[in-house]
Design a protein around this ligand. Structure first.
Ligand code: SF4
Ligand code: SF4
Length: 119
């Protein structure tokens, strides 16, 4: 096709770009978005913080009674994630024995504020 032909074709067609964030983009099922924690499920085992390659997870005080494998345990610690240190590798989700920490299937902002945490 000639350059002129291509130009006219593009003039008459709809834009192929999406006006994000006004328009939402389709998100694939396995998308690794913002990290999240369901505190009620967390047994405080620290596995997530041990496997995190970005050292984004710190175990902080979080005593509570938790149920795991039919037993009641006394949890001492819970994870706190530095949101913008997280590289969304998904290792914490893969190694968490209870599914308490996971990556949401949704887009999120990016930033540099090291003080923003997810608990
Ligand atoms: S997704 Fe990866 S980088 Fe982010 S908190 Fe989990 S283990 Fe750390
Ligand atoms: S979020 Fe999962 S891996 Fe991390 S401390 Fe809690 S139970 Fe353990």
């Amino acid at each position: 096709m000639s350059v002129l032909g291509e130009m006219f074709e593009n003039l008459l067609s709809r834009p192929i770009t999406i006006l994000y964030p006004k328009e939402k983009v389709p998100i694939p099922g396995a998308f690794r978005g913002r990290v999240a924690i369901t505190d009620e499920k967390c047994i405080g085992c620290s596995k997530c913080s041990l496997v995190c390659p970005a050292r984004a997870i710190t175990m902080i005080d979080g005593p509570r009674e938790v149920e795991f494998n039919g037993k009641t345990l006394t949890r001492k610690k819970r994870p706190q994630v530095k949101l913008y240190k997280c590289i969304r590798c998904g290792l914490c989700e893969r190694h968490c024995p209870t599914g308490a920490i996971f990556l949401k299937n949704e887009l999120s902002s990016s930033g540099t504020d090291g003080e923003i945490v997810v608990t």
